[in-house]
Design a protein around this ligand. Structure first.
Ligand code: NAD
Length: 479
């Protein structure tokens, strides 16, 4: 991709968006149906590309967390599109009657989407689906760290869409940097907080509005009355699916002091139930690259060096090294066994950065207030998890903490709820997509007021005098 290609495609889309500001429902539907066909016909090719990028990642996991999510998003969007895209009538205040008002939801124009590597199909095509539904043109920059998936996305989108409708721009960070400098009508970025900051700065040069879907440290609070085995299973699932490389994975656990041994055993049992072995288990994802793995190991070494206790979760049965599957290459070496960390402190990298891997610090607490204070002292998290039975405590957690989203007595699932917006707050991002709110986010909500022939508004025009005072007096009394 040369700089010329990037600008040529942008210009093409920009001109097309200005030539056709009204994108009829039929056109939007047809684009979504093409997207549906792309996924139906080529889902397995995309899944194979994801597998090739990770080394080890179950095709079934990809089917669930990438394809199913997208199919569901398409179905939901197609079902609601007529209602979402029609004029939204609003009540008119007495003062302006008998005029009428409504909101016209218009396409914004050209929407840029920058996607990360961890769910490389879903996080690339999901925002694109919503942007297309809202009648926009879309340029997508997938991650350079998943080259097989990005190349497949580019080829398939090129096959199913004209470049002025939807185009994929492959390339490294330098291309991504140029991409974020284009004069988009909206830029939706999913990735790290550090890069999100740079993207927001680049977009600001053109006053391009952004939606930033970032990361952070998502806490998982266990209350005294929670069912420890059930919580451990759900936390193990939320943490170990994709080997912790999930933006809303529980990052660390806050546990009532005294329950450390019981939690360790419950988490061990739960992990081993989900993944009887780690190395060589095709259900358990590899850490994406050696560099990412080295970072995780370094974090653990540092924590141990500073006095933390690391509890490895071992394979339940005999360790298998995956030699039966030679095609996996070094993917098996990148399958990192989970580790619980006790005694982690704020001085450790582990508690300063989003972990993004199968390491779970467990912090013991004495009082509920300490938990709330600790969470509120840090950047606002993308997700928060609470396990317990007492609804009063649950509501206190909800009221006294601010996070992008919450799942109660489970992990991850608020993401999958069709009618809930998904997004962060503060350092974990801004703006939300999914649901009707995502459609609204990628539309312009144009306010329209239509005056009636019988309007009395001109009675309040200057010159101001006795008539004006009479009407104002009446309005003060009645409005
Ligand atoms: P990243 O920020 O390194 O990269 C994301 C994308 O940004 C890539 O496509 C990359 O090419 C591009 N990029 C890199 N430098 C850029 C620059 N200077 N200007 C413009 N674009 C640039 O993130 P990653 O490592 O791919 O993904 C992991 C991070 O993403 C984690 O922090 C995770 O929490 C977060 N994430 C968030 C969500 C969410 O929905 N909130 C979902 C998945 C991942």
């Amino acid at each position: 991709m040369t700089q010329m290609d990037l600008h040529r495609i942008f210009d093409l889309q920009y001109q097309a968006s200005r030539a056709q500001t009204d994108v009829p429902l039929l056109v939007r539907r047809e684009r979504l149906l093409r997207m549906q066909a792309l996924l139906e016909e080529h889902g397995p090719v995309l899944a194979a590309a994801v597998q090739a990028d990770f080394g080890m990642r179950s095709a079934r996991l990809t089917e669930m967390v990438e394809m199913l999510v997208l199919r569901n998003l398409l179905k939901h969007t197609l079902r609601h599109l007529p209602r979402w895209s029609r004029r939204q009538r609003v009540r008119t205040p007495l003062m302006l009657m008998p005029g009428r008002g409504w909101i016209e939801r218009q396409p914004l124009g050209v929407v840029g989407v920058i996607a990360p590597w961890n769910y490389p199909v879903q996080l690339a095509l999901g925002p694109a689906i919503t942007a297309l539904a809202a009648g926009n043109r879309v340029m997508l920059k997938p991650s350079e760290l998943t080259p097989h998936t990005s190349a497949q996305l580019a080829a398939l989108v090129g096959q199913f869409f004209a470049p002025e409708e939807f185009a994929v721009i492959e390339g490294d960070v330098s291309v991504a940097t140029q991409f974020s400098g284009l004069h988009f009508d909206h830029l939706l970025f999913t990735g790290s907080t550090a890069v999100g900051r740079r993207v927001a700065q680049a977009a600001a040069a053109h006053l391009t509005p952004t939606t930033l879907e970032l990361g952070g440290k998502s806490p998982c609070i266990l209350a005294h009355d929670c069912d420890l085995d059930d919580a451990a299973l759900k936390i193990a699932h939320g943490k170990l699916v994709n080997a912790g490389q999930t933006c809303i994975a529980p990052d660390y656990v806050l546990l009532p002091r005294g329950q450390e041994a019981a939690f360790t055993e419950a988490f061990r049992r739960a992990s081993q139930r989900l993944f009887p072995r780690f190395a060589g288990n095709p259900d358990y994802a590899s850490i994406l690259t050696k560099r990412h793995l080295a970072r995780l190991r370094q974090m653990l070494r540092q924590a141990q060096g500073q006095g933390a206790h690391v509890e490895w979760i071992e394979d339940a049965g005999a360790r298998q090294d995956g030699t039966g599957e030679p095609a996996w290459g070094d993917a098996v070496e990148r399958q990192m066994a989970p580790a619980l960390v006790f005694g982690a402190t704020g001085q450790m990298q582990l508690m300063q950065e989003e972990i993004f891997g199968p390491i779970l610090p467990v912090i013991s607490y004495d009082r509920f207030d300490d938990v709330v204070q600790a969470i509120n002292a840090g950047p606002r998290p993308l997700a928060l998890y609470w396990f317990g039975r007492d609804e009063k405590t649950r509501d206190a957690v909800l009221a006294r903490t601010v996070s992008g989203g919450v799942s109660v007595n489970d992990t991850l699932l608020h993401f999958a709820h069709d009618n809930l917006p998904f997004g962060g707050v503060g350092d974990s991002g801004w703006g939300a997509y999914h649901s009707e709110q995502g459609f609204v986010r990628l539309s312009h909500q144009k306010a329209v007021f239509v005056q009636s022939r019988w309007s009395a508004a001109s009675l309040l025009y200057p010159p101001y005098g006795a008539r004006f005072d009479r009407i104002m007096g009446w309005m003060r009394r009645w409005l």
